[in-house]
Design a protein around this ligand. Sequence first.
Ligand code: ADP
Length: 168
Amino acid sequence: MKSFDIILGDITKIKADAIVNAANTTLLGGGGVDGAIHRAAGPELLTECWALHGCATGEAKITKGYRLPAKYVIHTPGPIWQGGTHHEADLLKNSYMNSLGLADAHRCRTVAFPSISTGVYHFPLDQASGIAIHAIREFLAYSLYVEKVTMVCFDEVTKAAYEKVLEK
Ligand code: ADP
């Protein structure tokens, strides 16, 4: 039975087969959830990321989770909001779909996401939450291994926005 839930929490504490990192295109760490994941995983994560030579917006790359409770970290740079006319919606959907595709290819059963692009990348939360949930549902309909996806919201406002999409 496949499932999707929304929780309030810190993604670095989640014991999933894979957690997703809202990275930047360098994959060399940054602020927000990216910084928290690198701090919790330890310096070996940065060493592995160096060898990946970056990642394009909407694409995804996978590493080990090191000191995290998660087995893998899937790094995806979401789009920076530039008013909505720069393919931001398609790129955000790509981030979710490519992350889930990589998780499935690595036979992950459980995957946790942060709210990609809605922090310093300023993607409007009401739109981002709809894109995220529709992408996750679409993927879960045909995934081979991924059966449980959790949206890990860091604050109540974010959680409420995702819950509102589910109510529709
Ligand atoms: P982006 O650059 O993609 O906008 P941010 O890290 O700035 O990424 O923000 C994405 C979301 O992740 C925001 O809702 C932010 O509050 C949230 N966030 C920050 N730290 C954590 C964490 N430890 N666990 C889960 N979500 C987090």
